[in-house]
Design a protein around this ligand. Structure first.
Ligand code: T3D
Length: 263
């Protein structure tokens, strides 16, 4: 499929998906959603892809939903603000949470509205120092969506999440890192190279184990300790039986770097 609203590039096991409507700060359209679905399916299918980086072209990661795009009609034929969420955003967010490979949101610039929350649905968020995140919804009298009311309180606590969502303030990258929303901040000039260097480690890592780690953390919020301990034992059984686990221990004993195959 030829893409127009995004670009994809595969390099050394890292699939970079770039939101590519820079003139409109990479605001999401139906077309962008469709292309992103296609790109994520391709990344999931392709064994050569070990890690997916989602980023934006130009000065923004993405400014959220394209506010000039017509709303989808509801059953009564009137504009229905929930319809696009149900059709496009909710499946995307669920898909990112369940994605079997490591996902990284690389915030090259502003991450606003739904796009801020799409970034938070990725496993790891990296940011350029000039980037900011803005739960901008209340400024246009809308409710945070794309999973923000679920993810933000879990990451920063309910009080801080409410402050971010009620004020709709722009939060700079260094502060995002202090809050735990961003894992690492890199200087703007080195951002692209730093993101690739960071992502490449997952390309040579134990892919199946990463998926199991993600599964464990994904369900931990809803589990009590006993259930989670039992799950860990099961997942460890699976990880321990993998070729990669044998290779990991062997490489340790032989004092060399492991050569993982992802199985
Ligand atoms: O269907 C539904 O609407 C429900 C779903 C909602 C989900 C959401 O994501 S709601 C939140 C939507 N996003 C926003 O409210 C952010 C809107 N944008 C802004 O507030 C500002 O653009 C920024 C603070 C992000 C950046 O400001 P600034 O001054 O750096 O840039 P700018 O000049 O405002 O924007 C540059 C261009 O991008 C400009 O186009 P132009 O005039 O040069 O042709 C601007 O209109 C365009 N742009 C920015 N954001 C959007 C957008 N175009 C369409 N949709 C946008 N969201």
């Amino acid at each position: 499929m030829a893409f127009t609203a995004i670009r994809t590039a595969l390099s050394e096991g890292v699939m970079t998906i770039t939101l590519a409507r820079p003139d409109k700060l990479n605001a999401f359209t139906s077309e962008m959603h469709a292309e992103l679905r296609e790109a994520l399916s391709a990344a999931e299918r392709d064994d050569a892809v070990r890690c997916v980086v989602l980023t934006g072209e130009g000065r923004a990661f993405s400014a959220g939903q394209d506010l000039t795009e017509d709303r989808l009609p509801g059953p009564d034929g009137k504009a229905d603000y929930g319809a696009r969420l149900e059709r496009d955003y909710n499946p995307l967010v669920e898909r990112l949470y369940a994605f079997p490979k490591v996902t990284i949101a690389a915030l090259n610039g502003a991450a606003v509205g739904a796009s801020a929350n799409i970034a938070l649905a990725c496993d790891i968020v990296l940011a350029a120092r000039s980037a900011y995140l803005q739960e901008a919804f209340a400024r246009i009298a809308l409710v945070p969506d794309a999973g923000g009311t679920w993810s933000l309180p879990r990451i920063v606590g309910a009080k801080r999440a409410l402050a971010l969502m009620l004020t709709a303030d722009q939060i700079p990258a260094d502060e995002l890192a202090r809050m735990g929303l961003v894992y690492k901040v890199f200087d703007d000039a080195a951002f692209g190279a730093e993101v690739m260097a960071f992502a490449r480690r997952f390309a040579s890592g134990p892919a199946m184990t990463y998926d199991l780690i993600k599964q464990a953390v994904r369900v931990s919020e809803g589990n009590d300790l006993k259930t989670q301990l039992a799950l860990e034992a099961n997942l460890q059984r699976r990880a321990g039986a993998s070729e990669d686990a044998r290779e990991g221990v062997l490489a340790f004993r032989e004092k060399r770097a492991p050569r993982y195959k992802g199985r």
